[in-house]
Design a protein around this ligand. Structure first.
Ligand code: FRU
Length: 640
């Protein structure tokens, strides 16, 4: 019998001479790989390194799902290395042998073997994924025999490594443990480690909602609860590119100053979940918040619920009734089915999902409709296909909600987002659009989400995308935008609360704008709010130039020619008469530029990378003369 090492606890036959009654027998940990070395395990070759790895190795994609801090990870010096590691002999004293396994799927070459009487009695490869998943062998037929566990890496090509952790003998098939706290601790440690690099990027927005570091995409589950706004977001805590979808979390009391809270949702790897995709938050019939989101794993997409354990919505657990819906829960075949959004209408609760009806071949993007069958919002029934969009191949992140006596549908069709205003026939489960337009002319605003305040006001955030990679962060939210209808069209205006962030300001009064003679603001900067009213008169175009260089040779132009608004190369139709003034609200935040024109009828969001020294602001006219009615510029205070 070998001496237990710091990483392995071996319980041999002697220790089990007088076993406790079967059901009470504790599990036997063959190895947890938490020590510095492999102890008494026999190592051959190079692949296993000097001792258990502490997570991901250099050059490897992120490894997740291991238990504690250490694991076997044969990516030591990459996929080219090979070897074996073999446990000391133990007696099979329990019905099941369980372990966590990830890495390559090469039978016999990247695997865990159970060796009994000199031959392989059981074998298990990895899943060609760096996520470790539980595997269990029923070893009842081998009871009382001596055995060894052998981990093999004999493959040198792609996925030529294996990840293994926590090898245990147990009577019962182990209950699947969703290691929330372990998963969140690793995720947040990774974000903390990236924060310093992210903070060194001078182009990172200062007053837009973003993560402490690493990747974010869609805003998720915005909700006002017990006096606070909560906003969640798609988040990869492990890098500044898309992967490993978690839900990050920020909270605000005033809608504009935010605090980071712990990550709210984590992929439950042990439950077969690889990503927590987008979704919403809604109050159930008892007034309790619930998160609805798309659970992604090696199976069809499912709609899962998470429930909070506290009123600050900090700790969440996955509902035991999951999944509450699946892609196949509908009577029509849906593809790319995801992104639940809950709404209420005439005392009933519904939710919509995005997707399409023809495997994304084009012309049949679809929003499907479900109705709640209980107060808890756990039982749902497919009702209908609410809407088919012939102009798109797929719809992501549908938002569907009542506004101003109409219904609004906002879609993310893999290009600039659409809004549609129309009628909802609840009995038929159909939406008939009457008007449509672009939410933002640029596709750098994507996958928005919105909440309804107790007052009935609707506030929307979009994901701003298109930033430079490799900076330790990527992605942020738009400023909060208040939604309303004007002449049957959807308009967005920056939330008035944003004025709280205004610092020093300057107002220029009326002035003539001649071609080649702009009116410059004495107040300049990279984090500004600007409100301007301009008249085109006989000029070809009027507008603002921000981030203008000292010699005026460079600038980011916001330009209107009577028909079209153009911001940094993105154009949107905006028809104004020559005498009708152009009203602009501009939010400039380092690499982010959000422009609201004509009372929010036309919006353009752009990611910009001007030289750092270019900070000027001016109003201009081109090809004739116009006039400036007013130009107000404020510094905006950072919130982070
Ligand atoms: C939109 C989207 C959603 C999905 C999420 C995944 O950007 O593709 O459809 O739920 O991002 O991060």
């Amino acid at each position: 019998m070998s001496v237990p090492s710091p990483c392995c606890v071996l319980v041999g036959a002697a220790a089990l001479a007088a076993p406790a009654p079967r059901a009470e027998r504790p599990e036997i940990v063959i190895a947890d790989f938490e020590g510095e070395t492999y102890g008494d395990w026999e190592v051959t070759g190079e692949a296993f390194g000097p001792g258990p790895a502490r997570g991901t190795l250099p050059g490897q994609m992120v490894v997740s799902g291991y238990f504690g801090k250490g694991l076997v990870n044969t990516f030591f010096r990459g996929d080219g290395t090979t070897g074996t590691i073999t446990s000391p002999i133990f007696v099979i004293e329990r019905r099941h042998l369980t372990f966590l396994v990830g890495g390559g799927n090469h039978p016999g070459e990247t695997c865990v073997n159970l060796i009994v009487e000199g031959s392989v009695a059981r074998t298990q490869t990895g899943p060609n994924s760096e996520r470790l998943r539980p595997a269990t062998w029923d070893v009842g037929d081998l009871a009382g025999k001596t055995a060894r566990v052998q981990i093999v890496d004999a493959h040198t090509g792609g996925w030529g490594h294996v990840n293994v952790d926590r090898i245990v003998l147990a009577d019962e098939r182990p209950a699947v443990v969703d290691d929330r706290d372990g998963a969140l601790a690793k995720a947040m440690e990774s974000v903390r480690a990236a924060a310093e690099k992210a903070s060194r990027d001078p182009m990172r927005p200062a007053y837009h909602v973003r993560a402490p570091a690493n990747w974010i995409n869609d805003p998720n589950g915005p909700i006002f609860f017990k006096g606070s706004y909560h906003l969640f977001y798609q988040h990869n805590p492990f890098g500044d590119q898309w992967d490993h979808m978690h839900w990050g979390h920020v909270r605000s009391r005033d809608l504009v100053t935010w605090e980071h809270l712990p990550i709210a949702l984590w992929p439950s790897l042990a439950l077969g979940e690889d990503h927590c995709f987008s979704g919403c938050a809604a109050l159930d019939g008892e007034g309790q918040p619930k998160i609805f989101y798309t659970s992604i794993g090696p199976r069809e997409p499912e709609c899962w619920i998470a429930v909070p354990e506290d009123d600050d919505l900090i700790k969440w657990r996955k509902h035991r009734g999951n999944p509450v819906l699946k892609e196949s829960s509908s009577t029509v075949k849906l593809h790319e089915w995801r992104d639940p959004f809950v709404f209420r209408h005439e005392g009933k609760t519904y939710l919509v999902h995005g997707g399409n009806l023809n495997a994304s071949k084009g012309g049949q993007a679809a929003v499907s409709l479900y109705e709640a069958e209980d107060q808890e919002l756990v039982r749902w029934r497919f009702k209908s296909v609410l809407f088919v969009d012939a102009s798109a191949s797929n719809i992501e992140c549908p938002n569907f909600f009542p506004l101003g006596g109409k219904f609004v549908l906002i879609t993310s069709p893999h290009r600039a987002c659409d809004w549609l205003v129309g009628r909802f026939d609840a009995a038929a489960g159909k939406f008939t659009p009457e008007r449509r337009g672009l939410l933002d002319a640029s596709d750098q605003l994507y996958a928005p989400n919105n909440l309804e305040e107790p007052s009935g006001r609707r506030v929307l955030w979009g994901w701003i995308r298109g930033f430079r990679g490799g900076m330790g962060w990527n992605g942020c939210m738009t400023v909060p935008r208040v939604l309303s209808l004007a002449d049957g069209a959807l308009v967005q205006t920056p939330a008035p609360e944003l004025a709280v962030l205004r610092g020093e300001g300057h107002r220029a009064g009326e002035a003539r704008l001649a071609s080649g003679a702009p009116v410059a603001s004495p107040l300049e900067g990279e984090c500004l709010e600007i409100a301007a009213v301009l008249e085109r008169r006989d000029a070809k175009a009027v507008g603002l130039r921000v981030r203008r260089s000292g010699d005026s040779s460079r600038a980011v132009a916001i330009r209107h020619d009577g028909e079209t608004l153009e911001v940094s190369g993105t154009k949107a139709p905006l028809k104004l008469g020559a005498a009708e003034p152009l009203e602009l609200r501009v939010f400039l935040d380092r690499s982010v530029l959000e422009v609201f024109a004509a009372g929010g009828r036309t919006c353009i969001t752009r990611v910009i990378y001007p030289p750092p020294e270019d900070q000027g602001v001016e109003a201009f006219a081109e090809g004739g003369s116009g006039s400036l009615r007013s130009l107000e510029v404020w510094r905006v205070r950072p919130i982070w």
